[in-house]
Design a protein around this ligand. Structure first.
Ligand code: ADP
Ligand code: MG
Length: 257
């Protein structure tokens, strides 16, 4: 019953922590091939929604469907292996490893079979061939994100913006069907911010789908075709950016922070 152009469908999602209701009957959908924004004031429940979608938290209620399949309550690795991959608000690179090594390893809970399937399509091949394919894929990805010159640097020594690029590069190694980005622009300087947004656009043009959480609505507004606004755990509004920007309930919610 999920239309084929819908990648992600969240219905009546609920999650509480003790007495705190973080997500309260949240419903929305993400269409394939779009950059969709999920915005809302601090504490609105955006990260918790991500955590419920990606299996980090088990929701108290509601359903999450991905590519038409019910993935509610699956483990993070099971969800990632289906092609739903996330980045974190706080980048989770391996700081004592180089940028190159970080990509060779990719996110441990997200690799599994999928990385190999995306790097070495088709039948199994020899180990040497697999390693060569992985290496090619790593360098291609480093070049795409323009961090190839940092390949031999320790990831922990990168700037905030470079770490965000690395984090996205790691996620892209798995060739995801849907990429969830939690505050990808937080702590990123304007030059790298533009680079990151350009890369997201390029990937969207290639057919990738994005759901981006952002607290500051102005930064991503112009880059999304569809914006979903959360407030106090629920859907406050959704629509095209121009409509959302002038929505009084949205303006009020942000003023009330
Ligand atoms: P956002 O990402 O929109 O800023 P969050 O999803 O992080 O919002 O938080 C929503 C609400 O849930 C907040 O009131 C927050 O304090 C609470 N919350 C989030 N995670 C936890 C947790 N692990 N334990 C207790 N409360 C939490
Ligand atoms: Mg958050």
């Amino acid at each position: 019953e999920t239309p084929p152009d819908v990648r992600l469908q969240v219905r009546n999602l609920r999650k509480s922590f003790g007495g705190v209701v973080a997500v309260d009957d949240m419903s929305f959908a993400v269409e394939a091939g779009t950059i969709t924004g999920l915005i809302g004031p601090n504490g609105a429940g955006k990260s918790t929604t991500f955590d419920c979608i990606t299996g980090a938290h088990e929701p108290d209620g509601g359903t999450v469907r991905f590519n038409g399949e019910d993935i509610t309550g699956l483990r993070p690795d099971q969800i990632a292996s289906r092609g739903l991959v996330r980045t974190f608000q706080i980048a989770r690179e391996l700081p004592e490893m180089t940028v190159l090594e970080n990509l060779m390893l990719a996110p441990p809970d997200q690799v599994g079979e999928r990385l190999w399937r995306s790097v070495v399509p088709g039948a199994r091949r020899g180990v040497v061939e697999q390693e060569r394919a992985l290496r090619d894929r790593v360098w291609e990805t480093l070049e795409f994100f323009e961090i190839d010159h940092l390949a031999r640097q320790e990831a922990g020594a990168l700037s905030g913006g470079q770490r965000k690029l690395l984090e996205m590069a790691r996620a892209m190694m798995t060739d995801p069907d849907l990429l969830l980005l939690d505050e990808p622009l937080a702590g990123v300087n304007p030059t790298l911010e533009e680079k990151l947004l350009d890369r997201i656009h390029d990937l969207r043009d290639q057919g990738y789908t994005f759901l981006i959480v952002e607290h500051d609505m102005d930064v991503i507004m112009d880059h999304c075709e569809h914006v979903i606004v959360m407030h106090q755990g629920s859907l406050l509004a959704e629509g095209p950016p121009a409509e959302i920007r002038s929505n009084e309930r949205v303006i009020d919610a942000y003023l009330g922070e």
